[in-house]
Design a protein around this ligand. Structure first.
Ligand code: ADP
Ligand code: MG
Length: 647
């Protein structure tokens, strides 16, 4: 270990940031907040925390470094442990959901923003920490935005306590870091914090757009990779894709096509990087390319600014990303593929010019580039705030409307989310957190789902509740190939429950498990096997979580499925609708006319009352994830809500 660290010491001294070492240490000692902007790969994330430790800033607490992505937190912690000359979990550790390697002796801790927020529940003043480094600040996730305000307030509280002569309290330092950032805006928010720019090395990168829009960017990426391999000089290729599924597809395609390539071109070696991967495989991307070969790195936007990969001369940008780690549907993992922003596109391009002049192939037209948003819209401006409010309240913020937001969410959005939390029983009449709300705050899913899980303990149907939540976390379980619509429809019939989608989904899971996830079975039944495997992964996470929260995940209601629907209604009573004399459905709350989506098991059926999971607007308001309920269940599901309305 020591030997390896000694070797790496040379590398550390060659990084662009090294020449700014003394200045950075001095500025952070002299100032409460510092903003550091520096080119990706200059050494911010791996070096700065070490500088702080070497300068003694970890004497009174751990140095925390927050990351929006789990893979980055793990990967960076491992690298830094090596540089320090230790194994993970000693001076250097990481903490992500369901995996905490930090210990008492940990001086530098890489963690996800979600874990840092959870930390606030047990350590209100973050007294375990001396420095909070908010890394990748430009990503503006909902959680990071909430953290901005929280750490600012904590810093102030600690400063006041010190002024009052309280013993054992030390000041909290805040460091905000990014490769690309509206530094003035951040500085204004963090009390006119000092801004430091770290100059990196950058070579020119030539950008090439496609002339026509591409209908299948994975296919286009494949063609482009082979073109580069045959026509361009040495240097590795980095392809930006949106997720594991695409990455694995392309990896397979590259391997297949490589077989036909004349040997004089050398081998094209695909190197995937994504979350669910063992670290030895991940480390491969950092190893030197064998002579005569060319590596092609297949990455998500983790390679945009979080992790720097050496020797890249060619970037292939698909123009898309998956909105990070957040599933707007249930608050677990996101599956939404969206166009990136201009600033992301520029970052991706930059990855080709770190060591020599490079080329960037954009698999979209120049016009499409012009139409991209300048920056990614902060999540706080576009998602449901119930989970954020719950986190704030649980951390002691009483008036969430007065919270110090960097970008303020709309007042109506806040109030609507507050009302929802009240109805769920998470807040009381005064808007204070209830016991139930406290429990919900600790759950890794959005409040309505947290409520379903809590309610499932009371109703003794936790097993089924967990399974249905996992099933709802993916877009669709059934596939409908356009050339086999009838067959697909027929196959689907055998899973359908008269009571709607929740129980139909459960039937699919039962069938899938009875054949142990057999691929042929999936194909014959038009079931999306990849999505089913994701469902099992989410279920596993939820089971582990329930166990930790003291809820037995094996409690089952057997075949008494009415209980499960009642349980879901406790979280989704706001999504109930009643059949009208003219055969339309009208939402109980808000009175909107809603239409059952053709993909639903309830499509074309008339039941007096229904509930749904999701509302989508295309040409009309469609509802998905629909099940039949009884109108009389409503008062019981949400006494506060419906009791009050009647009064
Ligand atoms: P920044 O945060 O400024 O983008 P980093 O501190 O992440 O930069 O990386 C600094 C350098 O360390 C990069 O040039 C990168 O190549 C190298 N590096 C980072 N992680 C690893 C790793 N796991 N293996 C090998 N080299 C790494
Ligand atoms: Mg970094």
């Amino acid at each position: 270990l020591r030997q390896k660290a000694r070797e790496l010491a040379k590398h550390r001294k060659q990084l662009p940031i090294f020449s700014a070492r003394e200045t950075i240490i001095k500025e952070v000692k002299d100032n409460a907040c510092v903003i550091i902007v520096g080119e990706t790969g200059s050494g911010k994330t791996t070096q700065i925390p070490q500088y702080f430790m070497e300068a003694g800033l970890s004497a009174h607490g751990t140095i925390a470094v927050t990351q929006p992505r789990r893979v980055a937190a793990i990967n960076l912690a491992k690298r830094v442990a090596q540089e320090v000359g230790t194994t993970i979990g000693n001076q250097v550790g990481y903490s992500i959901r369901f995996d905490d390697t930090s210990s008492k002796g940990t001086k530098i801790k890489y963690m996800t923003d979600g874990i840092m927020l959870r930390e606030l529940l047990s350590d209100r003043l973050l007294l375990n920490y001396s420095v909070i480094v908010l890394d990748e600040a430009h990503e503006r996730t909902l959680r990071t935005d909430i953290l901005f305000g929280m750490v600012k307030s904590i810093q102030k509280q600690r400063a006041e306590m010190i002024e009052q002569g309280k013993k054992g309290i030390e000041p909290l330092k805040i460091v905000v870091m990014s490769a690309t950032l509206d530094a003035e805006k951040f500085s204004a928010y963090f009390y006119n914090a000092k801004i430091m720019y770290i100059s990196g090395r950058m070579y020119p990168v030539k950008v090439l757009n496609t002339i026509e829009p591409q209908s299948d960017y994975v296919d286009a990426a494949l063609v482009t990779a082979f073109q580069i391999h045959q026509e361009e000089t040495a240097g590795d290729i980095l392809i930006f894709l949106t997720g594991q599924e695409e990455i694995e597809n392309l990896e397979k395609l590259i391997e297949e096509y490589s077989v036909d390539l004349p040997t004089r071109f050398g081998k094209l070696i695909p190197c995937p990087i994504f979350a669910a991967q063992d670290s030895a495989t991940q480390q491969k991307i950092f190893e030197p390319t064998p002579a005569g070969c060319r590596k092609v790195i297949l990455a998500t936007n983790i390679a945009e600014t979080s992790i720097t990969i050496p020797n890249i001369r060619y970037v292939v940008d698909t123009g898309c990303h998956k909105s990070r780690g957040y599933n707007a549907k249930i608050g677990i993992e996101s599956l939404l593929i969206e166009p990136i922003s201009k600033s992301s596109a520029r970052q991706r391009m930059g990855r080709a010019g770190r060591e020599a002049p490079g080329l960037c192939f954009r698999l979209y037209t120049e016009d499409s580039f012009e139409q991209l948003e300048e920056d990614t819209v902060p999540e706080i401006k576009r998602c449901n705030l119930a989970s954020a409010i719950l986190a704030l309240k649980a951390s002691g913020v009483e008036d969430v409307t007065k919270f110090d937001y960097m970008d303020r969410p709309s007042k109506s959005g806040l109030l609507k989310s507050m009302e929802q939390l009240y109805a769920l029983g998470a807040l009381d009449d005064k808007g204070d957190l209830t016991e139930m709300g406290k429990k919900m705050a600790g759950f890794p899913v959005d409040p309505p789902y947290a409520k379903v899980l809590l309610q499932s303990e009371v109703m003794e149907c936790t097993k089924e509740a967990i399974e249905i939540i996992a099933l709802l976390s993916v877009d669709t379980i059934f596939t409908f190939p356009s050339n086999k619509r009838e067959e697909a429809n027929e196959a689907r019939q055998k899973f359908l429950s008269l009571d709607g989608d929740h129980l139909s989904l459960l039937n699919v899971l039962r069938g899938y498990e009875s054949v142990k996830g057999d691929r042929d079975w999936c194909r014959e039944n038009f079931i999306n096997g990849r999505h089913m495997r994701h469902v099992l992964e989410v279920r596993k996470q939820l089971i582990e979580f329930s166990e930790r929260a003291g809820i037995n995940p094996r409690t089952s209601c057997g075949h008494d499925y009415e209980i499960v629907l009642k349980c879901f209604l406790a979280g989704f009573f706001q999504n109930a609708a009643l059949l009208q004399p003219d055969s339309t459905y009208k939402a109980v709350v808000g009175g909107l006319t809603v239409n059952i989506h053709p993909s639903s098991a309830m499509f074309g059926k008339k039941r007096a009352a229904i509930m749904y999971n999701e509302l989508v607007f295309t040409t009309k308001h469609y509802i998905r994830g629909v099940s039949a309920i009884e109108a009389s269940w409503l008062a019981q599901a949400a006494p506060k809500y419906f009791g009050q309305r009647q009064a």
